[in-house]
Design a protein around this ligand. Structure first.
Ligand SMILES: Cc1cc2nc3c(=O)[nH]c(=O)nc-3n(C[C@H](O)[C@H](O)[C@H](O)COP(=O)(O)OP(=O)(O)OC[C@H]3O[C@@H](n4cnc5c(N)ncnc54)[C@H](O)[C@@H]3O)c2cc1C
Length: 367
C-alpha cells in the first residue's frame, strides 16, 4: 500500500531505519518507510554475522557509555519485537572468548578486568578462563595464556532481525514501501521514483547511499563504503560464546550455522564475495580446527556505511528543517541500532539530544 503523507518518513529499511521507524511508531507517529530494494535489509543489514560486542572497557567515555547502555537493553527490546512479530531474531547474550597468547596479553587482560568492574558495574563481567575451557572450539594451544571471557557480548541473526522488526512495524500500523528509491530530500518532502512523499520529519537511513543523498544538503560527501565479507558454515556451536581471534569473529547462530568474518576493505573492486574470503575461512579453521570439517553454505559481502569521523552520524542535519541523519553505523549497527532509534525520535519529538557530540552530523563535516 502506498501512502504519500506521514508524520515521519524513514529512508532505508536497514537496521538503523527499522529501529527508528519502530521507535517512532511506539511514540504514536504515523510512519512511512521507503526502501529501494525488493525487501527490507537489502543493504549491509541483510548479512550473516551479527556480533553484539562491547568496546573495550578501558579509556571510558561517552561513546563507550552509549554503546554499553545500548547493549544492556537490547535483549529485552528484541524480546518485545519477537513477541509483536511472531518471528525469531536469533538473539542470545552468549558471551565472548578471546584467546591470550602470552604473559603480556594476560597482564593487559587483568588491567581490562579492573576497568570492566569499574565501568560495567554489576551489569556484566570479564574474567580469565584456563586455556582448556572450550577445547572443542578453541584449542588450548591457541590460547596458551588463557582465555578472556565476558558475558556482555551477544549475537543475533542480522537478516532475521530485520524481518522481525519489519513485521512488528507493519503490524503496528506503519507502511513499508519496498521498491521505492528516494532520489532527493527536501525539508518536508522526498522525491522518489514513484513520485513525491511528504512528512514533517525525514530520517535518512539509507546506509552508504545515504551519504550521497545528504551531500547536496551539506556540500560534501560525508562518508564512504567499507566492504566486508563473511561466510556461513554448516555446523552447530550451540550456545558456545562468540570467539574473537586473529581479527575474526566466529559466531554460532541459534539453531545452527557458524558465521565467520569479516574482511575490512577500504579499497575494493567488485561488491560481491571474492578470494579474500578464502583467507578468512582458512584463518577461522586455524583458530577452531573443528570448523575444517564444515561445509561453506553461504559467502556474503556487504558495504558498511562509514562516516568521515568514523563514529555514527546522527541527528538534525545542519541548515535544514526536519531532516535527520541515521547514518555511519559502520561496524556496530546491530549493537546500537535500538538506542539510535530511541534517541533520534527523542530529538525529533522533544528536541532532546542524548548522544555524544562526536555522533552529531557537524562532527563529520570538513574532514
Ligand atoms: C561482512 C559484514 C559483517 C558485519 N558484522 C557486523 C557485526 O557483527 N555486528 C554489527 O553490529 N554490525 C556488523 N556489520 C555492520 C552492519 O551490517 C552495519 O552497521 C549495518 O547493517 C548498517 O545498517 P544501516 O541501516 O545503516 O544501513 P543498511 O543496512 O545498508 O541499510 C540501508 C538501506 O537503505 C536502502 N536504500 C539505499 N538507498 C536508498 C534510497 N535512495 N532510497 C530508499 N532506500 C535506500 C538500502 O537498500 C538498504 O536496505 C557488518 C557488516 C558487514 C558488511
Amino acid at each position: 500500500m502506498a501512502r504519500d503523507k506521514a508524520d515521519i518518513i524513514v529512508v532505508g529499511a536497514g537496521i538503523f531505519g527499522l529501529w527508528t521507524a519502530y521507535a517512532a511508531l511506539a511514540r504514536g507517529l504515523n510512519v512511512l518507510v521507503l526502501e529501494a530494494g525488493p525487501q527490507v535489509g537489502h543493504g549491509a543489514s541483510g548479512g550473516i554475522v551479527g556480533a553484539l560486542a562491547p568496546h573495550m572497557p578501558e579509556r571510558w567515555g561517552d561513546k563507550k557509555q552509549f554503546q554499553f547502555e545500548a547493549l544492556t537493553v537490547l535483549g529485552d527490546a528484541l524480546k518485545a519485537v519477537e513477541h509483536e512479530s511472531g518471528l525469531p531474531t536469533g538473539y542470545g547474550r552468549v558471551g565472548r572468548l578471546v584467546p591470550l597468547m602470552d604473559e603480556i596479553g594476560r597482564e593487559r587482560a587483568l588491567s581490562r578486568i579492573a576497568d570492566a568492574k569499574e565501568n560495567w558495574g554489576t551489569a556484566a563481567r570479564m574474567q580469565i578462563l584456563p586455556p582448556d575451557a572450550f577445547p572443542d572450539w578453541l584449542h588450548p594451544q591457541a590460547a596458551p595464556a588463557g582465555i578472556v571471557h565476558d558475558d556482555l557480548t551477544g549475537r543475533l541473526h542480522p537478516h532475521l532481525t530485520c524481518l522481525a522488526l519489519a513485521e512488528a512495524i507493519r503490524r503496528g500500523g506503519a507502511v513499508i514501501e519496498t521498491g521505492c528509491t528516494v532520489t532527493a530530500v527536501h525539508s518536508g518532502s522526498v522525491q522518489t521514483d514513484h513520485g513525491a512523499r511528504q512528512a514533517q520529519a525525514i530520517v535518512l537511513a539509507a546506509g552508504v547511499a545515504g551519504f550521497d543523498l545528504l551531500s547536496p544538503l551539506v556540500g560534501e560527501v560525508p562518508g564512504r563504503a567499507e566492504k566486508g565479507q563473511a561466510a556461513l558454515l554448516d555446523m552447530d556451536m550451540k550456545d558456545v560464546p562468540l570467539i574473537y581471534a586473529d581479527g575474526l569473529y566466529l559466531i554460532g547462530h541459534a539453531g545452527g550455522g557458524v558465521a565467520i568474518g569479516a574482511t575490512s576493505e577500504r579499497h575494493f573492486e567488485g561488491v560481491g564475495p571474492d578470494a579474500l574470503l578464502d583467507d578468512v575461512i582458512a584463518r577461522a579453521c586455524a583458530i577452531s580446527p573443528h570448523l575444517a570439517q564444515a561445509r561453506v553454505v553461504r559467502r556474503w559481502a556487504g558495504l558498511r556505511p562509514r562516516a568521515n569521523g568514523r563514529d555514527p552520524m546522527l541527528g538534525a542535519v545542519p541548515g535544514t528543517r526536519g531532516i535527520y541523519a541515521a547514518l555511519g553505523a559502520f561496524k556496530i549497527g546491530f549493537g546500537i541500532g535500538q538506542k539510535v532509534g530511541q534517541v533520534l525520535v527523542d530529538e525529533i519529538m522533544e528536541g532532546r539530544i542524548a548522544m555524544p557530540d562526536s555522533f552529531r552530523v557537524a562532527a563529520h563535516l570538513g574532514r
